[in-house]
Structure formats: structure tokens, C-alpha cells
Design a protein around this ligand. Structure first.
Ligand code: CA
Length: 453
């Protein structure tokens, strides 16, 4: 398992394409009637039934802060520690994520068999369970490089229309999966609150910029795509193999300072308006778990078909993933008054995305750029086709011109200090057990002003 070359040689899937339907197939681990001996995993509304089995990294709440992280699988309201259960002999998430597809699937099968009702593992594995309330979650893996795509066509159109009402989508959009290189250093896990960023802004009527806290702080509803198996430097990944390099998905909030962005983005794109904080949910929902929720990929009539290097039969028949997404806001005043978060928006990844996971991987590597285990690809903002399905305040408030009314009487154009944003994701389909992504939440703290001097 530790020797990639050796295990590759034994991987029946390696280098072949004929086995592909098996890889993403629905199998007995997705059986909606499966129940777990972990009682909370059988609750109808849990995000983590036995059909999900997402991976994350955690410490016990009573561990020292520098205690090594452990790899866990969420099951109901518990976490199963994988090394404590004897399922793996290490706690190296990158090593697990880089497993050949067949070994990944074998681990899922062992987890499913051991956690189901009546399993002989129950007595042994019970000792490896921890309530999630007694765990501190870390980033699900060490993140190498972070690339943010822009696959949400309704978002791209809505943002473009604010600047170019007659020509919102630039001519390359339907041909190239647009993206930019972000920064991994300030990607935090859910619960990591962050200060409002400071930076340069210039008011429309001002002759020169000023430095200070952003006044147009926004969220962006995205999914994080985690690279599992690395690609080889200099070697494009073919569409037929692209999903083999995807370990799974998590929720992702790409916080954005619109006023910094407006002043800095030309000619090289976003810089400091995007890299002060991004928040990812702690559990990676694997591609295997998502198998029942795949959808065909198709272009609207009249749009160009993707170039051949961005096309495959598999992509056409099931390239999309059906994930319902929600954004919730809770202000400091709402929190104090005991008012739950307000639902700001609801959309679906498959309705929002103009480019699929496989197309992101194939395009990113098309020039020979190497993808490495633990790389994070953001999808870009996943706004639905309707205005109320927008995945950012920039769209929901028409660039701040139409503030939102919050329960309790407050208004929002952009985010205030003390606001927390929570993202949720859920997959549903008739005949399948519904699975969820957990939560992705962080709060905006007051800016840490830098004084001249
Ligand atoms: Ca983004």
C-alpha cells in the first residue's frame, strides 16, 4: 500500500478504461436499506448514514493542541478512528487519498461491512468511536496548491452583467474552464473565524485609493474538489482517467472583498481580495459515496460542444453531480436574540456548473501542469439560474443596491462584523439514501487595523 508503483501494478483498474463503469457504479454499500449499529447513523436527517462514510482529520477535544491528527470517518454523530479500529496502520491522509481506486473502494467496502447492523466488528470498533461533539476537526488534508475555477455560468453571467450588461459572458467562457491560482495558506476548516481583511480600495469618485478595512465583504458558495491520485508532470490527464484523480468533494466558502477586487483585478485577476480566508468543511465526501447522485452533462442547445480533450462518453452520461446547496446567515444581533440563521440562497451544483469535475482536471493538466495529492480545486460560485439562487451577496443585492432584509429587522448589502455564514450540502435521489456534507461555517471578526508607522 505504501509503495505506489507496486500497488499500481496490482491495481486491476490501472491504465485500463474498460473497468470504468464499475468504478463509479452503485453497489451494495449504497443499498438504501443498509442500517448501522451506530444508532444515530439511522436517523432520517443525518448527513452521515452508513451509505456516506466521508473522511476527515481530528483530535480528541481533550488531546493537547499539538497531538497528532487522526483519520476518521463520520458515522451518524460519531467518528470512527481508522487506525484505532485497525483499518489502517498510519494516520497519513495524503497516503490514504493517493490509494489506487480499487484500494479506495476496498476500504469503503470494509468500512461498510464493519459498521452495518449485525457486524462482528461492533465490539472491537466501538472502542474506536468518538462523539463528534468531543472532537476538534482539522483541515481534512494538508492542502498543497489551491486553484479556483469559475464554472458557475449563472454566476459568471450575473457578475458580467453588472459590468457589461450587453455582453455579460466573455467569448472564451464556453470554451475554456476559467480559473486562477489561489493560495493554500489561508484556507481554514469550518469554525476558523477570521478578521475582516484590510487593503486598498478606491471610491468611484476618488482620485486616489485608501488603505483600510474592506467595506464590501462577501461570501462565495462553492464546492472544494480534492485531488487524490497525483498526475505526472508534463503529462495531460485524459478525460477518461480524470475522475480517478478526484478523491472527493467538500463545501467551500471563498470569502471575497469586492472593493479590493474591483481596484486590483486588472490586468492579472484576483489577488489580495481572495486570499485572506477561505473556509472548507471538515469531511470529504468521496466520489464512491456520490455514485448514486450522478447526472448527465449536457450543453444548452446552440452552445458549442467541448473540444475533444474536454469530452468523453462517461462525462456525457454522468459527468455532473447532483448536490443541493444552501447558504445561511446569522448576525451577531440574531445570535444574541436567539434567532436561527436566515436562509439566503438555495441552488444545485449540477444546475450551476457549466464544466464538470473531469473537465476541470483535464483542462488543468492539459499543458502538463502536475496535480498533486491534497491539491484543492474550487469550483467557483455555484449560483442557480434564478436570481434568488445566487451564491454571493454581490448577486443577491445587485452589488449592494438592493439590501437584504434579515429576521430581526437588520439589512445587509455586504457582510457585517459578527456575521457568520453557514453552507450546507445534501444529495437526494429516489431510491437512494440521502447523504450530506456536514457544515461549513465561519464568522467575520473585526478588522485588525494596521496603523501607519
Ligand atoms: Ca471564487
Amino acid at each position: 500500500m505504501s509503495d505506489r508503483a507496486a500497488s499500481n501494478a496490482n491495481d486491476p483498474d490501472a491504465g485500463s478504461t474498460h473497468a470504468r463503469p464499475v468504478r463509479s457504479a452503485v453497489d451494495h454499500t449504497h443499498d438504501p436499506d443498509l442500517r448501522s449499529w451506530v444508532a444515530s447513523a439511522n436517523d432520517a436527517d443525518t448527513d452521515f448514514p452508513i451509505q456516506n462514510l466521508p473522511f476527515g482529520r481530528f483530535r480528541r477535544a481533550d488531546d493537547p493542541a499539538d497531538a497528532p491528527l487522526r483519520i476518521g470517518v463520520a458515522i451518524g454523530d460519531r467518528i470512527l478512528g481508522l487506525s484505532q479500529a485497525g483499518l489502517i496502520d498510519h494516520d497519513d491522509m495524503a497516503r490514504l487519498m493517493a490509494l489506487p481506486v480499487a484500494e479506495r473502494r476496498a476500504l469503503r467496502h470494509r468500512l461498510s461491512a464493519g459498521l452495518r447492523e449485525g457486524s462482528s466488528e461492533q465490539s472491537r470498533w466501538s472502542a474506536a468511536l468518538l462523539p463528534q461533539s468531543r472532537a476538534v476537526m482539522a483541515l481534512p488534508c494538508a492542502i498543497g496548491d489551491y486553484t479556483d475555477f469559475y464554472v458557475g455560468i449563472h454566476h459568471a453571467t450575473a457578475i458580467g452583467s453588472l459590468f457589461r450588461p450587453d455582453n455579460p459572458l466573455l467569448p472564451n467562457y464556453r470554451w475554456v474552464p476559467i480559473g486562477y491560482h489561489g493560495r493554500a495558506s489561508t484556507v481554514g476548516v469550518s469554525g476558523n473565524d477570521f478578521p475582516r481583511p484590510c487593503g486598498q480600495t478606491r471610491a468611484p469618485d476618488a482620485t486616489q485609493p485608501v488603505y483600510g478595512p474592506s467595506r464590501r465583504l462577501d461570501f462565495e458558495l462553492e464546492l472544494a474538489v480534492f485531488v487524490g491520485r497525483p498526475s505526472a508532470a508534463g503529462t495531460p490527464v485524459a478525460m477518461a482517467d480524470a475522475e480517478d484523480h478526484v478523491f472527493g468533494l467538500a463545501l467551500f466558502n471563498d470569502w471575497s472583498a469586492r472593493d479590493l477586487q474591483a481596484w486590483e483585478y486588472q490586468p492579472l485577476g484576483p489577488f489580495l481580495s481572495k486570499n485572506f480566508a477561505s473556509t472548507v468543511s471538515p469531511w470529504i465526501v468521496t466520489m464512491e459515496a456520490l455514485a448514486p447522485f450522478r447526472r448527465p452533462f449536457a450543453r444548452p442547445a446552440g452552445d458549442p460542444e467541448p473540444l475533444p480533450y474536454l469530452d468523453s462518453a462517461h462525462n456525457r452520461t454522468q459527468g455532473q453531480v447532483d448536490v443541493e446547496l444552501e447558504v445561511w446567515l446569522q448576525s451577531a444581533a440574531m445570535r444574541e436574540a436567539g434567532i436561527d440563521g436566515a436562509l439566503l440562497s438555495r441552488s444545485n451544483y449540477a444546475d450551476a456548473a457549466y464544466w464538470t469535475l473531469a473537465q476541470m482536471i483535464a483542462h488543468h493538466s492539459a499543458n502538463g501542469c502536475q496535480l498533486r495529492t491534497g491539491d484543492l480545486l474550487g469550483t467557483g460560485t455555484l449560483s442557480g439560474p434564478q436570481p434568488e439562487q445566487a451564491g454571493s451577496l454581490m448577486e443577491l443585492t445587485r452589488a449592494g443596491r438592493q439590501p437584504l432584509q434579515l429576521p430581526g429587522g437588520e439589512q445587509r448589502d455586504f457582510l457585517a462584523d459578527g456575521d457568520s455564514i453557514t453552507l450546507r450540502g445534501r444529495c437526494r435521489r429516489d431510491g437512494a439514501r440521502s447523504i450530506g456534507f456536514g457544515i461549513c461555517r465561519a464568522q467575520v471578526l473585526p478588522a485588525r487595523a494596521v496603523l501607519p508607522g
